[in-house]
Design a protein around this ligand. Sequence first.
Ligand code: PCA
Length: 197
Amino acid sequence: MKKGRTRVLVSGFMSFLEIEVNPTETLMEQIQALEFSDIELKAVVLPVEFQNAFKVLKQEILKFKPDLVLSFGVANQRQNLELERIAINFKSSKNEDTSGYRPNDEPILIDGPDGIFSNLNIIQMINQLTVQEIPIAISNSAGTYVCNALMYELCLDAEENKYFAGFIHTPSTWPADKLLTSALKMIESPVTIHTKN
Ligand code: PCA
């Protein structure tokens, strides 16, 4: 493990479509207001735009130089926090993003790999957080909307630039305090912040 406090960059998303207040934006505001003893943390909120979400995150990565990036996005239909295993090189949506762009069955990166796994040890994370009674599960699909596109570009960048990165989908129905408590346990879990080569 590197000396010093682990640098953790967390991100959420702005509102979009029927999500008037994105719980992951509220989560970022709450997290940014806290003090941590073991980690140096920065929280950012990203636009729900295929072309710009990762660009905004990458600017923050260059400035903050994180050891670990954990990105959050909301997903209807999910009952648990879901740690995404893989992002795919594909974007498609019935709905436009907030810039008015609607991809129609296209690759994210023309010559990119078909998919990329998160380099977090998600099995160990799930095991440890389940012991702490956090409702968390592994997901094998981040969908084909902006969250998957962000995770795809993030995980490729993490591989190239040697930091850890993962994506977590959150339920849309949890009260803000339940989401905050669970997300904090995950962010501060030794298995999350100490997954270092
Ligand atoms: N959820 C969307 C994009 C932004 C967000 O919070 C998704 O799952 O793709």
